[in-house]
Design a protein around this ligand. Structure first.
Ligand code: SF4
Length: 94
């Protein structure tokens, strides 16, 4: 005959053995996603300004070697024009 307190302990152990690693995996996946940049297509990047908004005035822009050279972006992958634009545009605070 099984002891009910042992059954509860076994159930708790099995639940923790299954659920906790799954939660850890979800957290790691979320972290990896947060660190990865999106593609230019995902962010609808274009090489021209839109409504006066452009990468050189965006907080996410990382300038190139000169103001007219392409730089990079903290959220969008690839070479980014200072005159480009995407849907993640966030103006620098003045
Ligand atoms: S978030 Fe978009 S608008 Fe801002 S710098 Fe990156 S590509 Fe340009």
């Amino acid at each position: 005959m099984s002891d009910p307190s042992n059954a509860m302990t076994r159930r708790t152990f099995v639940t923790n053995a299954i659920v906790l690693p799954a939660l850890a995996g979800l957290l790691l996946a979320e972290t990896a996603t947060a660190d990865a940049k999106g593609s230019q297509a995902q962010f609808k990047y274009q090489n021209t300004p839109k409504n006066g908004q452009k990468c050189s005035t965006c907080t996410q822009f990382i300038p190139g070697s000169s103001p007219t050279k392409n730089g990079s972006c903290k959220v969008v992958d690839g070479s980014i024009s200072p005159n480009g634009w995407c849907i993640a545009y966030a103006p620098k605070k003045s």
